[in-house]
Design a protein around this ligand. Structure first.
Ligand code: NAP
Length: 277
């Protein structure tokens, strides 16, 4: 083996054809003139460990992990960051020179960077956040909001028990709100985050009443197909600052690219354009 090997990375999921990550990393590799490749890999759960253990031998420096393997991969990694352990899922693996597999979750980082850039006046300490949904993405969002210093998180999910589990894991800064009361909770919030898959192309609309939206609030949606969900359209019409979900996808990819290819890529208008094309 030589150090002159072309570095390889990729994304492992099932299915994986829809993933925008190959386009994103491919764009950065070309933009920064890096002789590397980023490859989509559809891998069944039963083959996951064998594939992951083989990749470093073939020149892979790491991979992203997407649905449905984000939890299962934790049993394969040798080292897991505290935040990924708390979230209970990993989306970025680094294959270290000593043979160890390092696992992290960068979704929360991507979420916060996107918010900070899209809503620069948002002050985490200014008031409660309302988080809709309590799935995997919500766990990363809640961890990031707590880290950022949000004093209270109102958490509402169709399946209340799932929200309660999240409160048990993340502590009393979280207050669970019944799904039917989510609309009322908007009035108390400075920040509203949709982490459900509602509003996505091919899924039902988010039907939470949105009358509580008002000027000065920040509203963001993790759904990015379409870019302007109904939630964001109504929030914009109410004078809120709106931040779409594409930026989270772009920013969550930065730490992985930097570790694998040795250069911190920029997220800018050209990057968005390249991914949307
Ligand atoms: P997940 O673990 O499957 O969670 C799905 C969430 O949506 C749960 O809270 C679920 O509620 C809720 N939900 C689904 N159908 C519903 C319905 N008909 N009525 C009410 N609630 C419903 O998925 P995830 O990984 O958290 O992802 C959630 C969304 O975030 C997806 O659209 C994903 O593409 C997006 N995402 C975006 C980024 C980004 O970078 N922008 C990153 C990660 C995820 P129950 O618990 O009641 O089922």
């Amino acid at each position: 083996m030589t150090d002159q090997r072309i570095p390889l990375a990729g994304v492992i999921g099932a299915p994986v054809a829809h993933s925008k990550s190959p386009r994103l990393h491919g764009y950065w590799l070309r933009r920064y003139n890096i002789a590397g490749f980023y490859i989509p890999m559809e891998v069944a759960q039963s083959d996951l460990e064998q594939v992951i253990r083989t990749l470093p031998m073939a020149g892979f420096v790491g991979v992203n992990i997407t649905i449905p393997h984000k939890e299962a991969v934790m049993t394969i990694a040798d080292q897991i960051t505290d935040r990924a352990t708390l979230i209970g899922a990993c989306n970025t693996l680094i294959f270290r020179h000593d043979g160890k597999i390092h696992a992290d979750n960068t979704d929360g980082y991507g979420f916060l960077e996107n918010l900070r850039i899209g809503a620069p006046t948002w002050d985490p300490a200014a008031g409660p956040a309302l988080v809709l949904g309590a799935g995997g993405a919500a766990r990363a969002v809640v961890a990031a909001l707590i880290d950022a210093g949000v004093p209270q998180i109102l958490l509402s999910n169709r399946t209340r028990a799932r929200a309660e589990r999240l409160r048990d894991d993340f502590g009393q800064r979280i207050q669970v709100v019944d799904w039917v009361q989510a609309g009322n909770a908007i009035e108390q919030a400075q920040l509203v985050v949709n982490t459900t898959s509602l509003g996505m192309v091919g899924k039902s609309e988010l039907r939470v009443p949105l009358d509580g939206l008002r000027r000065g609030m920040v509203v963001t949606d993790l759904v990015y197909t379409p870019l302007k969900t109904r939630l964001l359209q109504e929030a914009e019409a109410a004078g809120c600052t709106v931040v779409d979900g594409l930026g989270m996808l772009l920013h969550q990819a930065v730490p992985g690219f930097e570790r694998w290819f040795g250069l911190r890529p920029e997220v800018d208008a050209d990057t968005r354009e390249a991914v949307l094309r």
